[in-house]
Design a protein around this ligand. Structure first.
Ligand code: HSE
Length: 418
């Protein structure tokens, strides 16, 4: 069977857009060509024939020959208007704009339903790793116990350079920017916003939860200090920015994006530089690990290419877990074991902790290890301000304090604890 010819209208010619242009030139078998590229500054010299470019979006959106829109621009609101207009004219869209998807998912769902038109965005999370399609097609909601992931390449790159090569934070960031991994405003990476955007819609595909971004507890790596890195190394850990989600025994889902200690022999510690990784745990398959480049021109373009290819078969996300299963629900009713480091005890609400197991102090910095109810973190920001740094321990989620108390009591009975 001959596939239909795809005539692409492309928005954006940055790191990913230009990557896609080159990748398509090397994939003639796809039978897809770029007819027009809309960019902000049509006069700027580019590595493609000048006749391809326009700065008038209507030249692309109203071109009857174009049967597929690929949206790869930075501005999320302008991107949404482009996607909306394309879907309303029944033209499928491929996008990599995580912020736009996170900010507009309910409207995008409605548009897909009303128009019956495909909207694919595999490149928007974990770039080259096919995580959305796997969550959609392979994992049944009931079987998915947990999904934990490194989903921001820039922060992972910076942490790797800091831990493995002793590079200062600023130098590592500059390198991530030069290599085209970082967002135009790198605070979006460093402070966790980019990971928040990605995780919010990944939770829809994983658990059928429509997440409001302000419901998710998140942070980035901006507060991690040299002291924390030294403590981590001393304990046999490294630090990763982890997006975590776990289905608790009551069926509700615990989720967050926070720095976490990972053991040196943990799968997460093998994720270096701009790579991303996703660890899925399910009832029968047990643990599975997806690994691949999470940022950069060609890895991201490869996911866009795969979506373009899937459109030859009119592939659509069915959002099965949202529409056909019992819709998932987030909870903050669980406990986490945390490491907190700080310059002054006055910033630490000691009474918020269920228990503080240990603490250390030196002239510059103190740190403690304790257990805290997650809702207490969700409803406060002391752990994101005043140079306080909070890192989760590896076995992070504790469903009930009873378990901790029973463990402690049995240690006491056995004579191990005072
Ligand atoms: N700035 C993003 C990252 C690019 O570093 O992961 C890929 O989404």
């Amino acid at each position: 069977m001959k596939h239909k010819k795809l005539v692409i209208g492309l928005f954006g010619f940055g790191v990913v857009g230009e990557g896609l242009y080159k990748v398509l030139l090397q994939t003639p078998s796809l039978n897809a060509t770029i007819r027009k590229v809309c960019i902000k500054d049509a006069a700027k010299k580019r590595n493609a024939p000048a006749s391809l470019f326009t700065d008038d979006k209507n030249e692309v959106l109203q071109d009857e020959e174009i049967n597929l829109i690929v949206e790869l621009i930075d501005d999320s609101e302008a991107a949404f208007q482009i996607v909306k207009s394309a879907l309303e004219s029944h033209r499928p869209v491929v996008s990599a704009n995580k912020k736009m998807i996170a900010d507009h998912l309910p409207e995008l769902l409605e548009l897909q339903q009303a128009t019956g038109t495909s909207f694919l965005y595999e490149a928007a999370c974990c770039a080259s790793i096919p995580v959305i399609r796997n969550l959609e097609e392979y994992y049944d909601n009931d079987l998915l116990h947990s999904i934990n992931a490194v989903i921001n390449g820039s922060t992972n790159f910076i942490l790797t350079k800091m831990f493995d090569e002793n590079l200062p934070f600023k130098e590592a960031l500059l390198l991530a920017q030069q290599l085209g991994f970082a967002e135009s405003d790198p605070r979006l990476d460093i402070e966790g916003w980019d990971a928040l955007n990605k995780w919010s819609f990944l939770l829809t595909h994983a658990y059928g939860i429509l997440v409001k971004k302000n419901e998710l507890v998140f942070n980035g790596i901006q507060l991690i200090t040299h002291h924390d890195a030294q403590v981590a190394v001393h304990l046999g850990y490294s630090i990763k920015l982890i997006a975590g989600a776990k289905k608790l025994s009551n069926g509700k889902v615990a989720a967050y994006i926070l720095p976490r200690f990972v053991k040196n022999d943990d799968l997460f510690n093998s994720i270096k530089n701009e790579y991303n990784g996703v660890v899925v745990e399910s009832s029968f398959a047990d643990k599975q690990f997806f690994y691949g480049k999470g940022a950069g021109s060609f890895p991201t373009a490869s996911a866009v290419l795969s979506d373009i290819s899937a459109l030859r078969y009119n592939y659509k996300y069915e959002y099965k877990k949202l529409y056909h299963h019992q819709v998932g629900e987030l909870t903050q009713d669980f406990y986490v074991k945390v490491y907190v480091s700080f310059a002054d005890w006055k910033y630490i609400p000691k009474d918020d902790f269920e228990s503080i197991e240990e603490w250390h102090s030196n002239d510059q910095r103190s740190d403690l290890t304790g257990i805290i109810h997650f809702e207490k973190l969700a409803n406060s920001d002391w752990w994101k301000t005043n140079e306080v740094s909070l890192i989760l321990y590896p076995d992070d989620i504790i469903e009930s304090m009873d378990v901790v108390k029973v463990k402690k009591r049995s240690l006491e009975l056995a004579g191990f604890a005072g």
